[in-house]
Design a protein around this ligand. Structure first.
Ligand SMILES: Nc1ncnc2c1ncn2[C@@H]1O[C@H](COP(=O)(O)OP(=O)(O)OP(=O)(O)O)[C@@H](O)[C@H]1O
Length: 204
């Protein structure tokens, strides 16, 4: 099933940030969202993940199909790595966490409390979480932050495998992941807040 976005306009903190956005994300396809800091990439991904309503426009094909990984990793600090993955697998009704542990080389960290992991280790766990959701559409906001070169490679491999199984991915990133992906440049769609008009005509 295709995720289709039509004539979308979104705001953050009440201020419009993007408008006129449209794209289709097909099964097996990756779409990389690019644009300068503050342009609205996170806001776009949040809207598509259902975390905030758009100002206008349509998002179709998203219901119960999206696994979202934002800036926080969604991990439970007092649970171990294994317990975190088991928890998320149970939430999504999926079974088996071995593949997720393998994909991000987490076996030697399996019994560690997630709260005591390094930033990059936490990020690996946060990304491994995607693999136990069973959800076909990955919506990922700067997924490689804190990852070393090897872990970035593992992430790119996981995305390729996901696409190969008919999944799709919408990824906001500033780095080249070496994926066979289409790019969505959001800069030109930026909508600026209206300037405040406090000019007093009586002054003349
Ligand atoms: N909680 C908030 N309340 C009000 N405005 C916000 C909030 N979070 C972000 N913004 C503003 O909304 C705009 C869009 O932010 P957003 O995080 O979507 O940008 P981005 O393209 O993802 O940026 P970056 O590349 O730096 O991650 C920015 O101008 C930002 O300052």
């Amino acid at each position: 099933m295709t995720l289709t976005v039509t004539d979308l306009a979104i705001a953050r903190g009440g201020v419009p940030v993007l408008e006129g956005l449209g794209f289709a994300l097909e099964p097996g396809q990756a779409l990389v969202v690019r644009g300068p800091n503050g342009i609205g990439k996170t806001t776009l991904l949040r809207a598509i993940a259902g975390l905030q309503p758009p100002l206008s426009g349509r998002i179709e094909g998203a219901e119960d199909r999206i696994a979202y990984a934002g800036h926080s990793d969604g991990i439970k600090p007092t649970l171990s790595v294994t317990e975190n993955l088991t928890f998320w697998a149970a939430v999504f009704g999926a079974r088996g966490i071995e593949g997720a542990l393998d994909a991000y080389d987490l076996h030697e960290l399996a019994d560690r409390h997630a709260g005591n992991l390094s930033a990059g280790q936490k990020r690996r766990l946060g990304l491994a979480r995607l693999l136990v959701t069973g959800r076909p559409v990955w919506v990922l906001d700067e997924p490689t932050v804190s990852l070393d070169k090897e872990a970035v490679g593992k992430f790119a491999d996981a995305v390729r495998a996901h696409l190969g199984q008919g999944g799709s991915a919408l990824i906001a990133t500033h780095i080249d992941l070496g994926l066979d992906a289409t790019t969505l440049e959001v800069g030109p769609f930026r909508a600026l807040p209206k300037p405040v008009d406090d000019f007093d005509g009586d002054f003349l």
